[in-house]
Design a protein around this ligand. Structure first.
Ligand SMILES: NC(=O)c1ccc[n+]([C@@H]2O[C@H](COP(=O)([O-])OP(=O)(O)OC[C@H]3O[C@@H](n4cnc5c(N)ncnc54)[C@H](O)[C@@H]3O)[C@@H](O)[C@H]2O)c1
Length: 260
């Protein structure tokens, strides 16, 4: 294959966590449009039903699954059901995530555990749970939706940043261990994406100015601007890429400008 077909996901079976959210639903729609069957997980029924309707209207095949990823015992049955319904698993997109913006001094042990449970522990154990299913298929692709905060810090996001750095690191360590099973594991670190998740930042006129001033492209990303990287990492287009991170940040981490 040398043409655009290297991005095709025809015949592939994909699991997307947090598929009812802004980025997860956009990714689910893109994977489906590329030909994959999609298994949509979230604990938000409204969001799941909305994306599931969009996919079936466009002729795609999808399943909805409700569970709380912070309950670790829910992960094994979730992945087993996905494999059973779709007939296997080739792709896992770890997209569910939460944040609680607080100064370090106000973070409670409960805040810490809640963020770690979804953003980090669930990513580890969902990946562990798909491993035997991907091995059965002779390989697979895992994409962790990390964050620019893994490498570029903002105040009020200490625990969140730590979990995102952890899942970028996990992509590297998992890739090393599972390369012989044909499983590629990579991460994407988006800068700020315009979703409800980040409304506390862009919805505040003073904070919104920051994007104009410090992000070279002068704006937040739209969820659709992550699709290209996800399709690349999930498909044969990236068959020689594993343990890597793609940063999608409008140029933020490339450097500064003395005149701004
Ligand atoms: N929006 C951004 O600017 C941005 C930037 C970088 C990375 N990210 C990451 O992208 C991912 C999606 O973010 P988004 O902006 O679409 O946010 P979102 O809130 O719209 O989506 C997150 C989804 O995860 C689900 N979820 C949360 N906790 C869960 C749990 N315990 N069990 C099951 N599902 C759960 C939510 O219901 C939601 O549908 C997150 O991992 C986030 O950290 C977002």
């Amino acid at each position: 294959m040398t043409g655009i077909e290297i991005f095709s996901l025809s015949g592939k079976c994909a699991v997307i966590t947090g598929a009812g959210g802004a980025i997860g639903s956009t990714i689910a729609q893109a994977l489906s449009a590329a030909g994959a069957k999609v298994f949509l997980q979230d604990f938000n029924q409204v969001g799941l039903t909305a994306i599931s309707n969009v996919i079936s209207t466009s002729g795609g095949q999808s399943w909805e699954y409700i569970c709380d990823l912070s309950d670790i015992s829910s992960i094994e049955p979730f992945i087993a059901t996905a494999a059973e319904k779709m007939g296997g698993i080739d792709i896992l997109i770890n997209c569910a995530g939460i944040n609680r913006r607080k100064p370090i001094d106000e973070v409670t042990p409960e805040d810490f555990d809640a963020i770690v449970a979804v953003n980090m522990k669930a990513v580890f154990f969902a990946s562990q749970a798909v491993h035997p299913h991907m091995k059965l298929r002779g390989g697979g692709a895992i994409v962790n939706i990390s964050s620019i905060t893994a490498r570029y810090s903002f105040a009020m996001g200490s625990v969140y940043a730590a979990t995102k750095a952890a899942i970028s690191a996990m992509a590297r360590s998992f890739s090393r261990e599972w390369v012989s099973d044909g499983i590629r594991v990579n991460s994407i670190e988006p800068g700020y994406v315009k979703t409800e998740f980040t409304r506390p930042v862009w919805g505040d006129p003073q904070r919104a100015e920051w994007f104009k001033r410090f992000v070279p492209m002068g704006r937040l990303a739209e969820p659709e601007e992550l699709i290209g990287a996800v399709l690349y990492l999930a498909s044969d287009a990236s068959s020689y890429v594993t343990g890597q991170t793609i940063v999608i940040d409008g140029g933020l981490t490339a450097g500064g400008d003395f005149d701004k």
